[in-house]
Design a protein around this ligand. Structure first.
Ligand code: SF4
Length: 351
């Protein structure tokens, strides 16, 4: 810890490299806590205000630790900033002999196979795309990382990008004739060999979920994972592991059940009544939840006045609609489709 203290002190290692660096007690305390957590392989949740210097507070102990570290950011902007600016500065200050790599999702790297195909097929309609393609080809041949963010002259939303990058489905993998110059494979190889790997939350969770993008192989070998911008973790994680039921889905189910009922089960009034009942229950839940902030933890949201009762009533009316749909499902494929959707929504609502 004494060595760490000398790094963060006035006139210490960081101040030699970072202009205007001054000792800040909170930064130093956070660095100590991070170092202790890495040392003990334990969990640490650190929250500190703007201006604390959190990035250096975790980077210094991470670069000094002897194991492999994954640093995950919420945004690609911070990912680029860490890799291009902050980590090189801390590494220089500490004279730490660590290798660092950055890994993004495959859509961020030029795919030489698809680039060659796009050029040969000439599938470009306007001249601007042809110009973009020429820039991408020059960049791909320049010996860089193939990361499209380094090619500022082609906008991120240019129509040409999907044609010159790969997806999980259209990548030829080991069968690919361009494997030797493949930027995705190269980035993964560098990440596997590096001491510190910078990823983003989206890639981290996509990878845990899909086991495809290259982090899954890194995880077993790594000693520490640091999540910066960790407040974004719940949103990113729920994209991959979460379930949602929206009022829009329920209202759509009511609308379709009514329409299908009118066409194929006009003699069965309970179906129309059940759909109207569910629509009213959705409206009641919206009213009850109206004052609940959109991102309140579930337990807290349910404690608000009337939300639990409105949710229970909604689940009951959904069951009633499903019973009506079940009794009529054989009369038309559209009714059967509504019944299946209703069942799936009921299960999710229950959970
Ligand atoms: S291995 Fe996949 S990503 Fe790499 S060049 Fe071939 S098709 Fe493209």
């Amino acid at each position: 810890m004494q060595f760490l203290e000398s790094i963060f002190s006035d006139g210490g290692a960081l101040s030699q490299v970072i202009p205007g660096f001054r000792h800040r007690r909170q930064q130093w305390e956070m660095a100590q806590a991070v170092a202790a957590a890495i040392d003990a392989s334990s969990l640490l949740v650190a929250e500190a205000g703007t201006g604390t210097g959190k990035t250096f507070a975790y980077l210094a102990p991470a670069l000094l630790s002897s194991g492999k570290v994954i640093v995950s950011t919420g945004t690609k902007t911070l990912q680029d900033q860490l890799f291009n600016r902050d980590i090189p500065a801390v590494r220089q200050a500490l004279q730490a002999p660590v290798t660092v790599a950055m890994l993004k999702g495959r859509a961020n790297y030029i795919c030489p196979y698809h680039l060659a195909r796009a050029r040969d097929e000439g599938r470009f309609l306007d001249r601007r795309d042809v110009g973009y393609l020429a820039s991408i080809e020059r960049y791909a041949a320049s010996g860089g990382s193939g990361d499209k963010s380094a090619l500022g002259e082609v906008p991120e939303n240019a129509a040409v990008w999907p044609l010159v990058t790969s997806t999980r489905d259209n990548c030829l993998g080991q069968e690919c004739a361009h494997l030797k110059e493949c930027f995705v494979m190269e980035a993964r190889k560098r990440a596997l060999a590096a001491d510190v790997v910078v990823v983003n939350h989206h890639l981290f969770f996509a990878d845990v979920w899909l086991r495809d993008e290259g982090v899954a192989e890194l995880l077993p070998a790594c000693n520490s994972v640091i999540f910066d911008e960790a407040h974004q973790l719940p949103d990113t994680a729920s994209l991959f592991f979460g379930e949602t039921v929206t009022s829009g889905q329920l209202v759509e189910l009511c609308r379709d059940s009514r329409a299908e009922g009118l066409v194929s089960a006009g003699d069965f009034a309970p179906l129309q009544d059940a759909a109207a009942g569910l629509e009213k229950a959705v409206r009641d839940l919206r009213l009850a939840a109206g004052s609940v902030p959109a991102k309140l933890p579930r337990a807290a949201a349910l404690q608000r006045n009337g939300v639990t009762a409105a949710l229970t009533a909604l689940a009951d009316t959904l069951d009633t609609l499903n019973a009506a749909l079940e009794s009529q499902a054989e009369r038309a494929p559209g009714l059967e489709n509504c019944w299946r959707r209703g069942q799936a929504l009921a299960q999710r609502t229950q959970r």
